[in-house]
Ligand binder design. Structure first.
Ligand code: ARG
Length: 463
């Protein structure tokens, strides 16, 4: 077969459709710089081991750099032919040999595309993970800055999407801060396993050449070389792990997006998103839609889908390399690109949105968010909490009937609520109770570690 690295054994060329089906160049072109980087380290090691002469090493190394530049130029000019080769590895080797002659063929000494592609993917993912971590850290800072401005901005906290207890906007934002912090740490953990060198694993059984695998591992900035050549070429756990962490991050952003969408609605009116990060309707002139948040929610499905695809691709694969593994790239690349754009846009959306403090506070004052406060108050006044819970339940019914809030109930209302036997025991100080039921008092009395009290959020942010 013509133009194939492996053509020697074949009498007849592959069919055109087979070539198209088999090819990975349209997507693994992304690995260009990593493939060259890996090859340069490999060649250097071959020279050190006396497998290549100095002369050959020089020729191959400068040839590789030239080939890289040449391809980059064609790509930038839109002149690159994606049908030129089967994959990025074949492309570079063919171009190298065309440039420097037969000696180019020595580059592949002691190496297989199987350890080569595993190497490239790890180099790629290491760089992207480091970048993503930086972006995530900046994002976390934006959330922290926003929280700092809103430690006294009272809003309703929800369970079952029903108003539950009063919190602050800072307290709510800090919940996301800590979720993202764990994602940041998880990316760091994944890096420990991404950053292992498979180079020198060969096709699956290492090499009869005296390769110095620790040398190339060091040269390429890896923690160490992997300790089993079969594992080296077949392991894609590192892709799975990355995608799992990415999915987790997307789930967090999807929840936040759902809330942003709700908050931005007329019904909630807690925030107003800036024009730059919203879109309009082609028919309804009044619309300002939260598309960015909606897309983040939508793209979460894609990233999780990519994780699922990878799990399914790997399921039941025998060792070592199988061509199924070529399917490890597109979903990964797409997920990385999605995360990168989201991590750039999202902080901007948060920074530019208007926070409607008054609306938040108004919502927190209505809907009996202080019912637990009242039950606690009764409990402190020696009524067993269960009983107190029942009494407050009655109070809520009565207040709802009279279209009042709990703090507006009169002495006569309370007499109606309390059991006759309790009336005797309880001498309620209604002034005290009113104060206790104020939303601000309620928030600040919840001063447990990690709670919504103004001071507590402030001290968490300071740390
Ligand atoms: N394009 C291939 C991939 O992405 C490179 C490895 C090919 N190895 C092989 N034995 N055919 O996985």
């Amino acid at each position: 077969a013509k133009n194939k690295l492996w053509g020697g054994r074949f009498k007849v060329d592959t069919s055109e459709l087979m070539d198209e089906f088999n090819a990975s160049l349209p997507f693994d072109i992304k690995l260009l710089k990593y493939d060259v980087k890996g090859s340069l380290a490999h060649v250097q090691m071959l020279a050190k081991q006396g497998i290549l002469t100095k002369e050959e090493t020089k020729k191959i190394s400068s040839g590789l750099q030239a080939v890289k530049k040449e391809i980059e130029k064609e790509l930038a000019a839109g002149k690159f032919d994606f049908k030129e080769a089967e994959d990025i590895h074949s492309l570079i080797e063919a171009r190298l040999t065309a440039k420097i002659g037969e000696v180019g063929g020595k580059l592949h000494t002691g190496r297989s595309r199987n350890d080569q592609v595993a190497l490239d993917l790890r180099l790629y993912l290491r760089e992207e993970t480091l970048d993503l971590r930086k972006m995530l850290l900046d994002f976390m800072q934006v959330i922290l800055d926003l929280a700092e401005k809103h430690t006294e901005t009272i809003m309703p906290g929800y369970t079952h999407l029903q108003r539950a207890q009063a919190i602050t906007f800072a307290h709510h934002l800090l919940a996301y801060y800590f979720k993202l912090k764990r994602d940041y740490e998880r990316f760091g953990d994944a890096l420990k396993r991404i950053n292992i060198s498979p180079l020198g694993s060969g096709a699956l059984a290492g090499s009869s050449f005296d390769l110095d695998r620790e040398f190339t591992a060091k040269k390429l900035g890896f923690i160490r070389a992997c300790k089993n050549s079969i594992d080296g070429v077949s392991d894609r756990d590192f892709v799975l792990e990355f995608l799992a962490v990415a999915s987790n991050l997307m789930l967090h952003l999807s929840s936040l997006s759902e809330e942003v969408i709700l908050w931005n609605s007329k019904e909630f009116s807690f925030i107003e998103l800036a024009d730059q990060y919203t879109t309009g309707s082609s028919i309804m002139p009044q619309k300002k839609n939260p598309d960015l948040a909606e897309l983040v929610r939508g793209k979460t499905g894609k990233v999780i889908g990519n994780l699922n695809q990878m799990l399914l691709t790997l399921k039941g694969l025998p060792l070592a390399y199988n061509k199924d593994l070529q399917e490890d790239k597109e979903g990964l690349f797409a997920s990385v690109e999605t995360l990168k754009i989201i991590l750039k846009l999202y902080p901007e959306m948060l920074k530019t949105m208007k926070v409607k403090k008054k609306e938040m506070q108004k919502a927190a004052a209505k809907g009996f968010l202080n019912a637990t406060e009242l039950a606690d108050f009764l409990a402190v006044n020696n009524i067993p909490f269960r009983k107190a819970h029942q009494i407050v339940g009655k109070a809520v019914i009565l207040a709802a009937q009279k279209e009042k809030e709990l703090e507006d109930l009169q002495k006569s209302d309370w007499e109606e609520i309390f059991d006759s036997d309790l009336k005797e025991e309880l001498k309620v100080d209604f002034e005290k109770l009113k104060e206790k039921l104020k939303v601000e008092t309620a928030v600040n009395s919840h001063s447990t570690l990690g709670g919504p009290a103004f001071k507590e959020s402030q001290s968490i942010i300071q740390k």
